[in-house]
Design a protein around this ligand. Structure first.
Ligand code: MLT
Length: 325
């Protein structure tokens, strides 16, 4: 019944839109931007930057909603089920791709049930630990993980999340198994790293750089080949001989399938204005994150990125024997 009602709603909206009436009136009320991970994490920080910038352009408040859990699938399913009227959007990253491989009965399809609006950001990851972790530098850190394995706890935001992918790549690179502790987002995970309840976390810079700089946690390595401009004194994993490790996390904005084209075009235009906005770029830069180019903030570029991640990262997880259910 619910699906039939939604389809009817979509048809009526499309009909109204054909006359241009709907698109001219849209947006006539606040918009919800769903970030399917817990508040206080890297995804939440990035989402709030874009909500603040886009609401200025669209002339309606954009409210960030964090229905977290199950590696982002709870919030994503909520958007897939919502009316395709431009008032419910999804800001998400790599887990939109990986969850297709992780969940055999996913209640949506990441490509078929969404309209891509455009990519928003890309950013690196960093390996951090609680301040009392017994390693004075990256070499000792690597040695300690290899020597102590499962007695070291590794936090992440759920199977297929960016922090889980990075943790997997770290364990594969060091040929070690750590004790994985899943959270509803790396916001709460970071609280436990700061509190000393959990040892290690590989997270996006948008969630960790402020805490590293404030001395609340310590950073051992940039999760890749090169050092990070936001943490220039932190060596890269490559410098410690950990090869083949490169991970970059990109966020993109989506609407439910069937959202009228004129509405999608207004959303893409507002996103493109945001990625070019000096204030947005400065806020993201402070998190160690880059806004994408205008060419990447397009539906075609985001769809191509999503399909590519489904092919590459989904396969990596399946090869690693990872399954959520
Ligand atoms: C992740 O994939 O690790 C999430 O982005 C973490 C978060 O945003 O809470």
């Amino acid at each position: 019944m619910h699906a039939a009602v939604l389809r009817l709603a979509g048809a009526l909206i499309a009909l109204a839109c054909a006359s241009g009436a709907f698109a001219q009136a849209w947006p006539a009320k606040p918009i919800t931007m769903v970030m399917p991970y817990a508040p206080g994490g890297p995804g939440d920080a990035i989402t709030r930057v874009f909500a603040a910038a886009m609401q200025k352009t669209l002339g309606q408040q954009i409210v960030v909603d964090n229905p977290a859990g199950a590696s982002g699938t709870i919030g994503t399913a909520k958007v897939a089920r919502s009316a395709p009227d431009g008032y419910t959007l999804l800001m998400i990253h790599v887990s939109h791709a990986t969850n297709l491989a992780m969940y055999k009965d996913l209640p949506y399809h990441p490509v078929n049930d969404f309209e891509p609006i455009g990519s928003a950001t890309s950013g690196p990851m960093v390996v951090v630990a609680r301040n009392g972790f017994p390693a004075k530098d990256l070499q000792e850190f690597v040695g300690y993980l290899r020597a102590n394995g499962r007695s070291v706890s590794l936090a992440h935001a759920g199977i297929g999340s960016a922090s889980h992918l990075c943790g997997l790549m770290l364990m594969n690179a060091l040929n070690v198994k750590l004790n994985e502790i899943p959270y509803k987002g790396t916001g709460p995970a970071l609280n436990d790293v700061m509190g000393g309840q959990v040892d290690v976390l590989c997270d996006q810079t948008s969630g960790t750089v402020p805490s590293v700089k404030a001395g609340r946690i310590k950073a051992y390595a940039a999760a890749g080949k090169a050092r990070l401009a936001s943490l220039p004194d932190v060596p890269s994993l490559a410098e410690a001989g950990v090869q083949g490790f490169e991970i970059n996390i990109s966020f993109g904005l989506y609407a439910p399938k069937g959202t009228p084209k004129p509405v999608l075009e207004q959303l893409t235009a507002a996103l493109q204005k945001a990625v070019a906005d000096p204030e947005v770029r400065a806020r993201l830069d402070g998190m160690g994150v880059s806004a994408v180019s205008a060419e990447q903030a397009t539906p075609a570029a985001l769809r191509a990125h999503l399909v590519s991640e489904i092919d590459t990262l989904g396969g990596l997880l399946v090869k690693a024997g990872v399954k959520a259910n």
